[in-house]
Design a protein around this ligand. Sequence first.
Ligand SMILES: [Zn+2]
Length: 245
Amino acid sequence: MGRNSLFRIYKDAINPKNCRFCEQALVEDRKKKPKTKRVGPFSCWHMGEKATEIVFVGKNTWVSKKQETDYKLVNGKFRDVTPEDVFSRDDNKYFNFIRDIVDKTSGRGSVCVTNLAKCKVTDDDESYVDLTANKYYGNCIAKVFSEEIAGLNPRYVVLFTNMYFNEYLEKLLFGRKSCEDIGKRRTITVTRGKENRTYPWLVRKYKNGNKEMYMLVTRHPQRAWRKELKSEIVKWTQNPERIHY
Ligand SMILES: [Zn+2]
């Protein structure tokens, strides 16, 4: 799917419909907290020129209300970037984490980076204060994220969102006919020297004839053992049905 169709999904889904729900929800939030405001809709970092092999998904934007206008927006709302735009910067740990994975897997030309929710609710103009309640995620996941993934048609989707949004995700097939979870445990143990840590690790397989899509839900790389987590994700793309226990 080319960038134009991706942005068409955004325009169709968000401008007339979904963010109207965000605005309605915000009216309710403002009754309790008058300073509450919305940043966005704002999400996509579409990076590759080739067909998308892997999509990385975060919760929502880190852009502050004040920064909102500094970003170059495409179609009035969304940012389109090349891999060089973000992967050449050493100051962004999140994109460096993704870069290191794609360099060992899909390559830089076939990656898309996006977020579950396209808006962020905050009460602070200057910083990343995230007050986005689950009702916003519910709307965005069902009406935008689901279409986005169906349209991109990747082989792998990696969510850095922990298990917080499973109740919304498990209702979706992303245009496929069926899905099943791989393995029963929803965690993985990573090891560093003599120490172990347990990270969330849910693998779901979506089927549609011969074309399969695999989804991995794990934790955000921030404050994680980055090297170990990266290595597990790379191994997972090599064998997404590997059972972890
Ligand atoms: Zn919205």
